[in-house]
Design a binder for this molecule. Structure first.
Ligand SMILES: Nc1nc2c(ncn2[C@@H]2O[C@H](COP(=O)(O)OP(=O)(O)OP(=O)(O)O)[C@@H](O)[C@H]2O)c(=O)[nH]1
Ligand SMILES: [Mg+2]
Length: 347
């Protein structure tokens, strides 16, 4: 097993993993440091191993990584180790000599796993490094470290997204036992609970032009919300996978989403509402208050839907614009308000 990427917790993770494998798989594990570059790096692993009763390949001064690797394979044969974990030197920049060294080590060891250790806090940098490492040495998985808090799901998502490699373990602290098997479902719940903001942002970047986002933002900041802004929102929603797609990604609407699933919200509504708004005159769109009974009838004919649908949309619009006004004034929307009122409108 080869571990890479700088300062991310490789050495610590190597020791944690050794302990974990010994305990849970009843295998004999040996750890080996190939970090001849950073002063005292080999000693760091040796000390960690000693403290936690893990077998460690003895240090031979001035020996280079390739020779250490060969010695490790011999030693493992002699001492009956089932698993060798190689802890490699880290680099933030991918340099060629280092890549060629890692490739050689891979050729010699033919590792069952090549794991990237990435710090969940460094986010994007780690993601880029991950991609390059994968191209060079074909990773089999990722250990994500410093997932100690509870709001770090985003890094996991982008890691997985960019590399397509599974996250195998997460580091959740500095102690030797602070390594957990990665459970995607738990993380998914955590993220959905707080809103999958990463995906939402990614989607928004993909789907909407920056200009459009800025325009809508500016309007909303001023508390301006017209039928046209509503129409553009409906279209954005449609692009982003409909109501359900958007809702499932917004913070705090997880409960609401469940209710919406129950209510079996018809995605057709988006299309209908679009048609309704398109049947309004410019004046009506900017000033929906003027939409009287006769105008409603005309619009319903134009859109080919029942008048009740116009009434529903107008109510929805009123509610949304109230919400937008509150938001633009920096007020929080009462959490109870969104689910029930909006749901009733949508039913
Ligand atoms: N809170 C927390 N700290 C961690 C975790 N994993 C590692 N650390 C800490 O991060 C620091 C760096 O860890 P190392 O294991 O030395 O990192 P490395 O990747 O080997 O570093 P280099 O060899 O210099 O590239 C240490 O102080 C670790 O205790 C984790 O999951 N959570
Ligand atoms: Mg290290």
């Amino acid at each position: 097993m080869v571990l890479i990427d700088q300062g991310s917790g490789k050495t610590t993770s190597a020791a944690k993993l050794a302990k974990n494998i010994e305990k849970n798989y009843k295998k004999k594990v040996m750890v080996v440091s190939l970090d001849v570059y950073r002063p005292a790096a080999q000693e760091q692993l040796q000390l960690l191993a000693e403290t936690n009763e893990i077998q460690c390949l003895p240090i031979v001064e001035n020996q280079q990584p390739i020779d250490i690797t060969k010695r490790a394979l011999n030693a493992a044969n002699l001492n009956g180790s089932d698993v060798i974990i190689f802890d490699t030197a880290g680099r933030t920049q991918i340099d060629l000599p280092m890549m060629s060294e890692i490739k050689q080590i891979k050729d010699i060891t033919k590792p069952a796993e090549t794991i990237l250790v990435a710090d969940s806090l460094t986010g994007q940098i780690a993601v880029n490094v991950a991609k390059e490492f994968d191209t060079a040495v074909n990773l089999t998985g990722i250990i994500l470290t410093r997932v100690d808090g509870d709001a770090r799901g985003g890094a996991a998502l982008s890691m997985k997204h960019v590399t397509g490699k599974p996250i195998k373990y997460i580091g959740v602290g500095e102690k030797i036992t602070d390594l957990e098997l990665f459970h995607p479902d738990r993380l998914a719940n955590r993220i959905l609970g707080m809103g999958d903001v990463v995906t939402l942002v990614e989607k928004a970047q993909q789907d909407l032009s920056e200009e459009k986002i800025k325009e809508t933002e500016d309007e909303l900041k001023k508390g301006i919300f017209t039928m046209d802004s509503y129409l553009s929102q409906l279209r954005q929603m449609k692009k982003m996978g409909g109501m359900e797609g958007v809702m499932s990604m917004l913070p705090g609407v997880n409960k609401m989403k469940a209710k919406m699933d129950q209510a079996n919200i018809d995605e057709k509504m988006l299309v209908e509402n679009e048609a309704i708004i398109l049947s309004m005159t410019k004046n009506e769109r900017e000033n929906p208050k003027i939409i009287s009974g006769s105008r409603r009838k005309r619009i319903s004919k134009g859109a080919g839907v029942d008048v009740s649908k116009i009434n529903k949309l107008l109510k929805q619009f009123k509610m949304m614009s109230d919400m937008m006004k509150k938001m633009s004034q920096g007020k929080k929307i009462p959490s109870g308000m969104i689910p029930d009122e909006m749901l009733n409108q949508l039913k």
